[in-house]
Design a binder for this molecule. Structure first.
Ligand code: Z5A
Length: 214
């Protein structure tokens, strides 16, 4: 038997607007809890009431303007604020499930015209998810779920560009660490796929947590 202590898994749920991230993260939490697995949900941007969170919130609601690079760095700083607690939770055996992570940061800012390499750099060395589930949906399917809302990026052309960058990012990962799920189906079918991938990690991992893009 290995002497390496096991840790819990770090799972990121990524996707476009209206792809069902909130819905699937909630279902996954219920399922993990039913299996007796401790779980912590995080949603980025985290807590729109912190100083950084307030700046992000005001920007997303178009109540303030910021340079594209400045807002990108704020999103990244928002993740770094939580990096140490993510590591502590995993080491203590709590599965961490993130609703959006650094891949959203890269996808949205690259879609605005910044270079992909530049966008990646502030997030280099963050805890890397053991598994990223990308909920893929076409802009047409997203529209059928009630249309886009009032926030800054909730426009079809932007969402198309973001989807293209997500597909580009996914090509850099192995099939073991990045899975694209067709999120245009019934909630229950999507949830079943999510669970089938996540449950493979619920026994914990003996490998150390990796660092993003290192
Ligand atoms: N952003 C960034 O620029 N940089 C960064 O680093 C980060 C984020 C982290 C945050 O938005 C914005 O910040 C986001 C990216 C940017 N901008 N955009 N777009 P957010 O996270 O607050 O909002 P969101 O991610 O776009 O969430 P959402 O619109 O609420 O979508 P969702 O969570 O993916 O979906 P949902 O709430 O689960 O479902 C949406 C609706 O569809 C709802 O009525 C459901 O009941 C319904 N639904 C869900 N699943 C289904 C299925 N399978 N069939 C039919 N209907 C369904």
């Amino acid at each position: 038997m290995s002497n390496i202590p096991r840790r819990a898994a770090f799972i990121a749920i990524e996707g476009l607007d209206r792809s069902g991230k909130t819905t699937q993260v909630a279902t996954l939490q219920t399922r993990l809890q039913a299996e007796g697995i401790p779980v912590k949900l995080l949603k980025f941007p985290v807590d729109r009431t912190t100083a950084i969170g307030q700046m992000i919130d005001s920007y997303l609601r178009s109540q303030s303007e910021l340079d594209d690079r400045a807002i990108h760095l704020l999103f990244s700083a928002n993740r770094w604020e939580l990096a140490a607690s993510i590591e502590q939770l995993l080491a203590a055996g709590t599965t961490v499930v993130c609703d959006r992570y650094a891949f959203s940061g890269v996808a949205f800012s690259t879609a605005k015209g910044l270079s992909l390499d530049w966008c990646r750099s502030p997030d280099v060395s963050l805890p890397a998810p053991d598994l990223t589930l990308f909920l893929d949906i076409t802009p047409e399917q997203a529209r059928s779920r009630g249309g886009y809302g009032e926030e800054r990026y909730e426009k079809e052309e932007m969402q198309r560009k973001v989807r293209d960058v997500f597909h580009q990012i996914s090509s850099e990962f192995t099939a073991a660490t990045w899975v694209t799920i067709d999120a245009g189906r019934e909630r229950e079918d999507v949830a079943e796929d999510v669970w089938n991938f996540v449950r493979q990690l619920t026994g914990g991992l003996s490998s150390p947590l990796e660092r993003l893009w290192e």
